[in-house]
Design a protein around this ligand. Structure first.
Ligand code: FE
Length: 254
């Protein structure tokens, strides 16, 4: 809950309050709670303060709407989190674009139909999670919250999701700061367009949270373990790995 206190009247600034804002008349302290509405004016429960008719007035003293103050706005915290998420994903995209332009542009594996893009980022475990597309790879990326136990670059950490457990590599970039990445596709030669890559990234963000994928990812992990044992004397890296992530990516794009 964010207590905005007495910073001044709302004065019709609809963009300053969320749809969840509980408002208070600064003259008689009558509150307007969107969960209750206002039965004296046939305003239904669930009506946001911003959606009240312009001629709505205080049920206590008839003061106009503009004389109301924010008493509390549970939506303001999520608005701040969204702004933070936007800032951090923009930093991530900027860092990867810069690295790509300076070091990787001429690499043979580059898919020039693609560009760096952050897809479907959302708040997750205090930080933000989404898919980062680049001309070289597609990764599930976790931007950790402040205070997260950050490991040295290239150290691994397993993170559990409803669909299974996934291995992330710790890393860090100048603007982004620390981040964790789980490789989904690399290289990106099978993708015909940015749009196709974005669609697949969106599907992955849905499948990742489906518990019914867990049995399959566990089986895939078993297969991987067996295969790795079989391949150990040879070159395990050369063999495509039936990993958990292959289940959520489901052969899409490849
Ligand atoms: Fe009033």
């Amino acid at each position: 809950m964010t207590e905005l206190g007495f910073e001044g009247s709302y004065l019709g600034a609809n963009d300053k309050i969320s749809r969840l804002a509980v408002m208070e008349c600064k003259i008689c302290w009558t509150t307007y709670d969107p969960q209750e509405g206002d039965d004296t004016r046939q305003i239904l429960p669930g009506t946001a303060f911003v959606d009240l008719p312009d001629d709505w007035t205080c049920p206590g003293c008839s003061a106009p709407k503009a004389q109301f103050l924010v008493r509390e706005d549970p939506g303001a915290a999520s608005a701040a989190a969204m702004a933070e998420m936007e800032r951090r994903t923009a930093a991530l995209v900027a860092d990867f674009t810069e690295v790509f332009n300076s070091k990787m542009r001429d690499m043979p594996m580059v898919n020039h139909a693609l560009h760096v893009q952050a897809v479907d980022f959302r708040p997750h475990e205090g930080g933000f999670l989404g898919v980062l597309i680049s001309p070289l790879s597609m990764n599930l990326v976790f931007l950790p919250p402040a205070g997260y136990p950050v490991l040295a670059p290239t150290r691994k950490e397993t993170i559990a999701f409803p669909s299974g457990d996934y291995e992330f590599l710790h890393n860090s970039r100048e603007q982004t700061g620390p981040y964790l990445a789980c490789s989904l596709f690399s290289p990106m030669g099978d993708f015909g367009s940015q749009l196709q890559a974005v669609e697949i990234a969106r599907v992955i963000m849905v499948e990742l949270f489906k518990a019914e994928n867990r049995a399959e990812t566990d089986r895939a992990a078993d297969i991987r373990t067996i295969r790795e044992a079989e391949l150990m004397p040879k070159q395990p890296a050369a063999e495509p790995e039936p990993t958990r992530r292959r289940v959520i990516t489901g052969g899409l794009g490849g």
